[in-house]
Design a protein around this ligand. Structure first.
Ligand code: HAM
Length: 433
């Protein structure tokens, strides 16, 4: 017996799991349609330089990176945003803005495998390119809320922050971008003491250090109140005050829609990816301590890739983690599937007839499973019973002479002789499961 297994961190999706994944994906597609996002398909293999550019240390060090046979340094994509920004900087450069782009597919990161953390995972990803307005940020929050709601999740919360608050203070305190990135990485991992030490070592003033220390402890569920507290804490840093104001505008737009989003504002919140310039957020459910989605505003990436200055905001939803959350919350998923009909020839000499009748039914959109194991009718019926098949068509010599077959209702254990041309009409109403 072979002992081959999937590579560590990689998984097989058997039919039941694949069905749920495709369901979440279909809800993401529906969301894309509802908000006007057009789907694009980008390659899994990208140039290393592109995906490494602003991915942050955490992702950069965990990339599946290698040289291809002609010595090009490439990587399996760890996220979609760099690929979409590449397109907007090049092929889509002259497209009128805004551009709303949607992708779905697999990503690769050499993360330590654990519950909800895999080396191959799936995202649905939305990018809104060309607008620097708070309504664009609000749209990304609202469409994320719509997706979470549409799959049936409950009690999810948005953790929201603004990188402009911390970055503008660090900048005013004289930290280089590289130093700021280092500090933000520590903040992302909640290593606040280390982060503060770095700020101190980089020569920040006592006031700067104190302001950041206060910020990392500022969080709460009442946005206007928390934002006011943050604003008061950063009052001597003009740009930080502006960032808080921007976040206030975004959240006030969201609130005015009447959608009740559970929101936790977190002033010390940072994300691992380095391209963010504005609002950032993640989505959590109480049952899991890992984010189901993450996103934010990044106004400099397209330009960095040689494109026109293009403000942008986006989000990626972790499909695997949404599936896990659905399981944790025991959400019933109503996936409608057509029940197949089984076609069984009574002898091998009728195989061609069975195949022909099966094709005729499929042309009428009736799913058919053909007996292909050469079993006796009784054995094939046993199998149909075990698999919960409702209707079986038995092809016999005698009935065929009359252009008919035997139709067996498996539940009622009744069978009747039916003309082949009437089969589709009789079977169609029985299709819904
Ligand atoms: P991210 O926070 O790195 O952001 O990933 C987004 C989501 O992908 C996470 O919240 C999580 O649900 C899922 N995810 C990430 N890593 C794993 C993993 N190892 N296993 C399972 N799920 C995982 C981004 O990727 C950004 N590109 C989001 C974005 C789009 N920002 C702006 N536009």
């Amino acid at each position: 017996m072979s002992t081959f297994k999937p590579v560590r961190g990689m998984r097989d999706f058997l039919p039941e799991e694949a069905k749920i994944m495709k369901y979440v994906e279909s809800q993401a597609r529906k969301t894309a349609e509802l908000y006007g996002y057009k789907e694009i398909i980008t390659p899994v293999v990208e140039s290393y330089e592109l995906v490494a550019a602003k991915s942050g240390e955490e992702v950069r060090l965990r990339m599946y990176a290698f040289e291809d046979l002609s010595g090009r340094k490439v990587a399996l994509r760890p996220e979609f945003t760099a690929s979409v920004a590449r397109l907007v900087a090049t092929t889509l450069r002259n497209e009128p803005k805004p551009l709303r782009l949607f992708c779905v597919g697999s990503l690769y990161r050499y993360d330590e495998p654990q519950k909800g953390r895999f080396r191959e995972f799936w995202q649905s990803n939305f990018e809104l390119m060309g607008s620097n307005k708070p309504e664009a940020d609000a749209e990304i929050l609202l469409l994320t809320n719509r997706l979470m709601k549409s799959v049936g999740l409950r009690n999810y919360k948005f953790k929201i922050g603004h990188v402009g608050v911390l970055r503008s203070i660090l900048s005013k305190e004289g930290l280089t971008e590289e130093n700021q990135n280092q500090v933000m990485q520590r903040m992302d991992k909640k290593l606040y003491d280390e982060a503060l030490k770095m700020v101190r070592d980089a020569g920040a003033s006592e006031k700067g250090i104190q302001t950041i220390r206060e910020l990392v402890n500022l969080r709460g569920e009442d946005p206007p109140k928390v934002l006011e507290n943050i604003s008061e804490t950063v009052k001597d840093y003009t740009e930080a005050v502006e960032a808080v104001k921007n976040l206030g505008e975004i959240l006030s737009l969201v609130a005015k829609t009447g959608e009740k989003l559970g929101i936790v504002i977190d002033a010390g919140f940072a994300r691992g990816l380095e391209y963010y310039t504005g609002m950032i957020f993640e989505v959590y459910v109480p049952e899991l301590d890992i984010a189901l989605a993450g996103g934010g505003r990044y106004n400099k990436l397209v330009e960095l890739f040689g494109g026109e200055p293009t403000p942008a905001v986006g989000v990626a939803h972790g499909i695997d983690r949404i599936m896990l959350a659905l399981q944790e919350q025991r959400v019933e998923i109503g996936i409608k599937e057509k029940q197949p009909v089984m076609v069984i020839p009574v002898s091998e000499s009728l195989n061609a007839e069975a195949l022909r009748i099966a094709e005729t039914l499929r042309m009428e959109n009736i799913p058919v499973e053909l007996e292909v194991m050469g079993r006796k009718v009784s054995k094939a019926l046993e199998d149909a019973d075990r698999r919960g098949i409702n209707y079986v068509i038995i092809i016999g010599e005698k009935e065929l002479k009359e252009d008919a077959v035997v139709l067996r209702n498996m539940q009622k254990k009744e069978q009747t002789t039916i003309k082949i041309r009437e089969l589709a009409t009789i079977l169609k109403p029985s299709q819904a499961s």
